[in-house]
Design a protein. Structure first.
Length: 119
């Protein structure tokens, strides 16, 4: 158990150190966004089934990030660009989310920006 925790800690530190020289895939800048950090956290865990996806949602000039959860009755959360939870648009026992999402226009632009491709 301790070995696993130490291993994950070293992997996380290694990712942070290596990523300090990486560019942000979204903006091309050298600054990591909170979504980049969330992706790195996902990569520190085992592969989920189905694999985790990160989607960019754009609505009325606002940008959100939708991150899928793994199987069965778990919420899929929608985050602000600062990684604050907005709501769970779907998932949960009913599959209808948490009921706390704001009203969106009928034209949400959804773009897949990352998918866990590990086997």
């Amino acid at each position: 158990m301790i070995f696993i925790l130490l291993k994950r800690t070293f992997i996380f530190l290694g990712i942070l150190i290596m990523s300090s020289n990486c560019t942000n895939s979204e903006t091309g800048s050298n600054n990591l966004t909170c979504i980049d950090i969330k992706i790195k956290e996902i990569l520190m865990n085992e592969v989920t089934n189905p694999p985790t996806q990160v989607w960019k949602w754009e609505d009325n000039g606002n940008t959100y990030y939708y991150i899928t959860s793994d199987c069965c009755d778990q919420y899929n959360y929608l985050y602000t660009i600062n990684c604050e939870i907005v709501c769970a648009p779907d998932g949960g026992i009913t599959g209808n989310g948490d009921g706390n999402c704001p009203e969106f226009s009928s034209e949400i632009i959804k773009t897949l920006i990352w998918e866990d491709k590990r086997n």
